[in-house]
Design a binder for this molecule. Structure first.
Ligand SMILES: [Zn+2]
Length: 373
């Protein structure tokens, strides 16, 4: 890594700076940071943080002009601005990491990532992680439509999608990848074309057969980094197969679904959180009302004429994509690991409605953390 003193810091564009008599306010989005500035020295430091000067040059000049400020004081002030994530290294331009096209196309993403990182990190590397990532998604219905469109917008390099269904008129209240004049056509092929038109840089591969085993999923998804499960048919079997595939491939699985007036999502990270089978084991012996209702629903195989309203679809898919983004970039922690989180239509509030652990007796994941025998 480059010598810290030789970094040329500059303020990130996202944070407004307000200069007042004897104080400076910076930030403003939920949190203001105030710097007292009796002598005007802090203002001079701020003015020099414009990408032209090294930290060594700034601390030297300020300590010469303001005798009460030592070079170390100035370095500490800059370090404080760094720990608040207000400044970045002006010489990290992203060339050699991303193409000119990518830097332009993903400019706002990169600004967003920048707001989370410190001087030592390169914001362009974060976008590069997305470009290098491969997503595997099961289902291109309402949830799947929104998710792959957003993943293509984010710049996930490769998306592999499983969907065998044909477009139906009743899909068009929420399935945004498809058009009115395409009824009866293959959703997978329509999605592939739509995503290609939207972002030609994305590699979008499709598998158009009905899933009836874990092996089909592990074969097609052998090189993906994570699985997104948003298919609801066959309801319980699909979750079982996808879960087995995620455990076998040892990759995380992000799942979302709709249920009446709620949308829900959860995340499985094999050997770190309980898997779907761990969860099912944990509720199998429970006798509360919701478990009984679930079992009845499974027994009756209640499917088909589901409720689905687009605000819940777009909300929960936004949440799942944020979850994926946190996972891939390392910016923030995964929120729904081993948790089922529900969004309620009437309030749009979220709530953890189920939690489960690794089950020692789990036949699928073995109930083991990494490193255990
Ligand atoms: Zn398990």
């Amino acid at each position: 890594m480059m010598d810290y003193q030789e970094i040329k810091p500059k303020f990130k564009k996202a944070y407004p700076i307000v200069y007042q008599a004897k104080r400076i306010i910076i930030g403003g989005f939920g949190k203001n940071t105030v710097y007292d500035d009796e002598t005007g020295a802090v203002e001079q430091v701020f003015k020099m943080i414009d990408g032209q000067y090294t930290i060594a040059q700034i601390s030297k000049r300020i300590s010469q002009q303001y005798t009460q400020f030592s070079e170390q004081d100035v370095v500490e002030l800059i370090e404080d601005l760094n720990s608040e994530r207000f400044i970045e290294d002006s010489e990290l331009t992203g060339s050699g990491i991303l193409s000119d096209y990518d830097r332009e196309r993903y400019h706002r993403n990169i600004n967003f990532f920048s707001s989370f990182i410190k001087l030592s990190k390169n914001k362009y590397e974060v976008q590069k992680k997305l470009k290098n990532a491969t997503a595997g998604i099961i289902g291109l219905g309402g949830l799947g439509s929104h998710i792959v469109y957003d993943l293509a917008g984010l710049g996930i390099g490769t998306i592999k999608a499983i969907e065998y269904d044909k477009l139906d008129l009743s899909n068009l209240n929420r399935q945004i990848l498809y058009n009115n004049d395409q009824i009866g056509q293959s959703k997978a092929q329509l999605a592939q074309k739509r995503i290609h038109d939207f972002n030609p840089e994305i590699n979008f591969e499709i598998y158009e057969k009905q899933i009836s085993s874990t092996k089909q999923i592990t074969d097609f998804f052998s090189d993906v980094d994570f699985i997104i499960l948003v298919a609801d048919r066959p309801k319980y079997l699909m979750a079982r197969w996808a879960n087995e595939a995620a455990v076998k491939l040892n990759i995380p699985m992000f799942c979302a679904g709709l249920e009446a007036q709620r949308a829900m999502y959860y995340t499985v990270i094999p050997h770190q959180t309980g898997c779907v089978a761990c969860w099912q084991n944990s509720v199998a012996n429970r006798d509360d009302v919701s478990t009984l209702v679930l079992r009845e629903k499974e027994y009756l195989n209640l499917l088909g004429d589901n409720t689905a309203i687009v605000p819940l679809v777009s909300t929960v898919t936004g949440m799942i994509n944020a979850e994926i983004l946190r996972y891939l970039t390392g910016i923030g922690r995964v929120q729904a690991a081993g948790n089922l989180i529900a969004v309620d239509f009437l309030t749009m509030r979220t709530k953890v409605i189920e939690k489960w652990d690794l089950a020692e007796t789990c036949a699928v994941c073995g109930g083991k953390h990494f490193g255990e025998n």
